[in-house]
Write a protein that binds this ligand. Structure first.
Ligand code: ADP
Ligand code: ADP
Ligand code: ZN
Length: 221
């Protein structure tokens, strides 16, 4: 969890690799659907452009469908979901019906002035969703994705008016979830103002060593 621009996606990308988790990013699902011009994409775009949340029912249906695939032998990381109490309650029901439970809820904590700076400089790959920053994480060739070579773009919802709206919505609808997860004993608050590597080290220290290699046979020499 974290405000828009806190570094959720950046940390998620590294954690997925480290723990071999499936990435479930509702923001990425919506951006992919928008670029395909699917019915879901066309519906979601109306809200996303303005910095508003896509309705809970649609978002919950998408996550339910992904979780029901059960294609995550080492677990999954939800990034940008849940964002409302209705979503958090729906998620608990989905997990209960699948016999699953959350390990932790990580809140990447960053003050608003830092966020505005991060979002103004954020650039994303138009194809693979990789995220860069013009000052903090520049691509090797300006405007070109290091991973896949596609063009980098600025998200339409990263323009200032939409950013301020998203922060307001975060405060009203998403921030109360911190209490929801605190009560369940799952909340871990991480200082997200530090460099990416330090934030990553802090999260992995709290979550512990990856255990996906445990059942592998040691190579013989
Ligand atoms: P950020 O990384 O800036 O926090 P995301 O990429 O997670 O933003 O999401 C981008 C937009 O997609 C959100 O502003 C919202 O409009 C929509 N969206 C993403 N996840 C959700 C969700 N769980 N519920 C409702 N809308 C969502
Ligand atoms: P979120 O998914 O929470 O919206 P992102 O991971 O997309 O946030 O990060 C927002 C912007 O800030 C991106 O341009 C990213 O490269 C940059 N960024 C992320 N983490 C850090 C950090 N620890 N220090 C400086 N810049 C960062
Ligand atoms: Zn790319």
């Amino acid at each position: 969890m974290g405000k828009p621009g806190a570094g959720k996606g950046t940390q998620a990308t590294r954690l997925l690799d480290y723990y071999q988790l499936k990435h479930i990013s509702t923001g990425n699902v919506y951006r992919d659907e928008i670029s395909k011009r699917s019915l879901i994409g066309i519906e979601a775009e109306k809200y996303i452009k303005k910095g508003e949340l896509v309705p809970d029912d649609l978002t919950n249906d998408i996550v339910r469908e992904i979780l029901c695939r059960k294609d995550y032998p080492n677990g999954f990381m939800l990034d940008g979901y849940p964002r409302t109490e209705t979503q958090a309650i729906a998620l608990n029901q989905m997990l209960a019906s699948l016999g699953l439970a959350l390990t932790a809820c990580i809140n990447v904590d960053v003050s608003d002035d830092i966020l505005l700076n991060r979002m103004a400089g954020r650039r994303v790959c138009s194809t693979c969703n990789a995220t860069y920053h013009i000052h903090f994480h520049p691509s090797v060739i300006p405007g070109v994705c290091d991973v896949c070579g596609s063009a980098l773009i600025q998200r339409a919802d990263d323009l200032e008016e939409s950013v301020l709206n998203r922060l307001r919505i975060y405060n009203n609808k998403t921030r109360p979830l911190l209490n929801f997860y605190q009560k369940q004993g799952l909340l871990q608050v991480v200082d997200g103002t530090r460099a990416t590597d330090e934030v990553f080290a802090d999260i992995t220290k709290r979550l512990g060593e990856p255990n996906h290699g445990n059942d592998q046979i040691e190579p013989r020499n």
